[in-house]
Design a protein around this ligand. Structure first.
Ligand code: NAD
Length: 476
């Protein structure tokens, strides 16, 4: 198998080392061998982005818009093929993987429009005979570091606004999904990307931490809190702009007056789909006393019917865990939960499948308290815990008692509680009678507390991270 290269300054460049990408459902299935950039190659990529920056900053917005539309068009027209690659490399079911491809295409389409729509503001001064004009300018060179669980959508929602607003960039994708990132850059190249405007360096995280924060103007990161913390520290030392999207421990509140079917559907989808490997997964199910037993009964019944297995099989509903260490971590948390006194009401076991993939049954704990580690730490797998509460007031207090604040949800038929929750839950996203995961592309995305840091991603709000404002005073 030949090495698939990194993309630097408009050229495909081999690395001194390689990454072998394996199918998490079947490690015998080798997806490809990809160049792994060392620090020197990462620095070359930054130098290329720096050299391209002045020209791209001056480029016509129509040129940027047309480029983004061409990228969107190719992504959308190859939905099945790119979806199959995401299934193989990230372990998503076909529906999930194709949905992600469509999302990436829509993001490029959206920012193709934004490229010609964004602008500044003109105000009168508070003093006579003076006008004030506020204009937006690209930030410059942006480093992007992304996780494996949305291997095309997350790079898309960083790359598209960066290009739309005249920035240049270097992307370091997850070492677990180099194949999807490689395809995205092949698409960018075919769409006519000018030399150096976007550069791809597949490679290890630690090298990126040392090389990709030097000589750039901004860094946009999505991944774990532990990595985000390191990036924030390095960015603040260098005084560069930083945007971090990190983990969650998202609460789904179910009140006594909830529609039981809706609540069970929200929990099943939010907690277990995509094998719980979503930052917006509902891992804490905060359930009022009066509906608790019926909810647990109905949810465990639905869970037992979930088909876990290889996503290449069309009946599969829950795919594999991304790698063996992560599977061990999840199984470790299941033991921690048992040790803390929570009860495994369903699942709790590794699945032995036909292939040596990393599979675990969706797992539900009951009799858990919000103080337990299983309710305080992000597990990032198909594991959720039910916390029984007396009613709405306790539910809200428990929902907010967490270091995280990404997504949240409530199932209720009460307008009063839905409204109070929406206004008082401390999270960047909140859902009423909907799963905590599953979002649109045209509105802002992000959280509070340890889940996010810096300006929001996506929608019109993305302009705040990818541009700086300049305020000009003009005397008449
Ligand atoms: P991770 O933090 O291990 O890795 C993310 C990226 O950071 C990878 O590209 C990795 O190579 C790189 N990295 C690792 N160490 C680094 C270092 N020292 N310096 C610079 N880069 C480094 O996260 P992951 O396991 O790939 O992804 C799962 C995490 O991502 C979960 O916590 C999940 O909640 C979070 N996530 C958040 C969002 C969001 O938008 N809030 C979306 C998806 C995933």
């Amino acid at each position: 198998m030949t090495q698939k290269a990194n993309y630097i300054d408009g050229d495909w460049v081999n690395g001194n080392a390689t990454i072998t990408s394996l199918n998490p459902a079947d490690p015998q299935d080798v997806i490809g061998i990809y160049a792994s950039a060392d620090e020197a190659q990462m620095r070359q990529a930054i130098a290329a982005a720096r050299a391209a920056a002045p020209g791209w900053e001056r480029s016509a917005t129509q040129v940027r818009s047309d480029l983004l539309f061409r990228v969107a068009h190719e992504i959308l027209s190859r939905k099945e093929e790119l979806g199959a690659l995401i299934s193989r490399e990230a372990g998503k079911t076909t529906a999930d993987a194709q949905g992600e491809v469509v999302r990436a295409g829509q993001v490029f389409q959206f920012f193709a429009g934004e490229a010609v729509r964004y602008g500044g503001e003109s105000l009168p001064s508070v003093r006579p005979d003076i006008g004030v004009q506020i204009s937006r300018h690209p930030v410059g060179v942006v480093s992007m570091i992304t996780p494996w669980n949305f291997p095309i959508a997350i790079p898309a929602w960083k790359i598209a606004p960066a290009i739309a607003f005249g920035n240049t960039l270097v992307l370091k994708p997850s070492e677990y999904t180099p194949g999807v990132a490689w395809e995205l850059f092949a698409i960018l190249e075919r769409a006519g990307l000018p030399k150096g405007v976007a550069n791809l360096v597949n490679g290890e995280g630690a090298a990126a931490g040392r090389a990709l924060l030097e000589g750039v103007d901004a860094v946009s990161f999505t991944g774990s809190v532990a990595t985000g913390r390191k990036i924030a520290a390095a960015a603040s030392e260098r005084m560069i702009r930083v945007q971090l999207e990190m983990g969650g421990k998202n609460p789904l509140v179910v009140l006594d007056d909830a529609d039981l079917d809706v609540a069970v559907e929200c929990a099943l989808n939010g907690a277990f789909y995509s094998a719980g490997q979503r930052c917006t997964a509902s891992s804490r199910l905060i359930v009022a006393d009066g509906i608790h037993d019926r909810f647990v009964q109905a949810l465990t019944t639905r869970m037992r019917a979930l088909v876990v297995g290889d996503p290449r099989d069309s009946v599969t509903q829950i795919g594999p865990i991304i790698n063996a260490p992560q599977l061990e971590k999840i199984l470790g948390y299941i033991e921690i939960g048992r040790g803390e006194g929570a009860m495994v009401a369903e699942g709790g076991k590794r699945v032995v499948a036909a292939t040596a993939g990393n599979f675990v049954r969706p797992t539900l704990f009951t009799e858990s308290s919000n103080a337990m580690r299983i309710n305080r730490e992000e597990i990032f797998g198909p594991v959720a815990a039910v916390i029984r509460v007396s009613g709405y007031d306790e539910a809200l207090q428990v929902a907010n008692d967490t270091p995280f604040g990404l997504s949240s949800g409530i199932c209720t038929t009460s307008l009063k509680y839905a409204t109070h929750y929406r206004l008082n839950v401390r999270s960047g996203l909140t859902m009423v009678n909907l799963p905590t995961a599953g979002l649109d592309y045209h509105v802002p995305f992000g959280g509070v507390k340890a889940s996010s840091f810096g300006p929001r991603e996506q929608g019109r709000y993305a302009v705040d991270f990818y541009t700086s404002t300049k305020t000009a005073y003009i005397g008449y």
